[in-house]
Design a protein around this ligand. Sequence first.
Ligand code: ATP
Length: 331
Amino acid sequence: SKRVAVLTSGGDAPGMNACIRAIVIACQKSGYEPIGYLHGYNGLLNQEFVSLSLDSTHNLIQQGGTILHSARCKEFTEEAGVKKAAANLVEAGIDALLVIGGDGSFKGATYLSDYFHGQIIGIPGTIDNDIAGTDATIGYYTAIDTAMSSIDKVRDTADAFERIFLVEVMGRHAGFLALNAALSSAADYVILPEHFESTDAELKNIITQIHAQRRLKGSVSFIVVVAENVWPKGLPALTEALNEAGITDVRPLTLGHVQRGGAPVSSDRLLATTLGEFAVSLVGTSSNNVMVGEVNSHPVTVPLDKTSDSKPLNSAQVALMKTIMNERYDC
Ligand code: ATP
């Protein structure tokens, strides 16, 4: 019988628990023994693990967060740390390690493969969707929904006071979440890392749009979705720049960590379940140092070191948003 270990690492994402559940169930079916390492890579260094039984999967699919806890781990980025982790995995008799996390976690897994000669399989879990080789990552769909419903609420209060709101959404250095949140909440403008030219150019366009809308519709609300890490010095600087251009009544709002929480939506549960089961099906095969993903509804494997390649936004969505942002109300 094989011992299959799983851990969750990096930013937590809704659906990680659904994936753990699928892994435990698939292991039971194959006669494997599922082990859960706690606190991301810290668990490997401290030999901190628990045995996962079918009991632990009860009511798990709908829970946000991760029952294995997640963490960052500096020691793991150094050779001594990775060597220790590999030795601990051997000591615990682990045949395969499944890592649910983002691209940083996959870099760590690749580093570990230099010293650990069992199987390593990555499963994409991050709200940012910034992982190449899979159409979506576990947690991404729920985060879009959370951002969308938050922006819907912002719209109510923005409308009441005819205010301008700047809403910052997460995404690290990718605009997937910002673009999809903006489109689904009918935001008026979005600032994306992939299409950011300069503060001057964006500012000019935002101001033009606000004036154009107000000429046509009167004093209306206007919502700008801003991807994190794009605007130099963040929302306070953008607010000030608009104020200086004579546009007052601007309210900045950072959605923050609410976007990482909550019960996973069905798409994330389904993706997590498919990928968890698929990862276990690869145990004992020659697939090694790969990530499992889904492309056009089919499960795929991708070499772990290709998962940090750049991943483009959906071009049709970008074109649609550009049309919305450049609408002329004064013709
Ligand atoms: P998210 O993008 O959702 O936050 P992530 O997996 O990219 O998820 P990181 O904090 O970048 O999150 O990485 C998680 C952990 O992976 C780090 O704390 C570290 O232990 C390990 N790690 C990251 N980069 C490397 C690297 N280059 N070499 C070895 N280990 C790494």
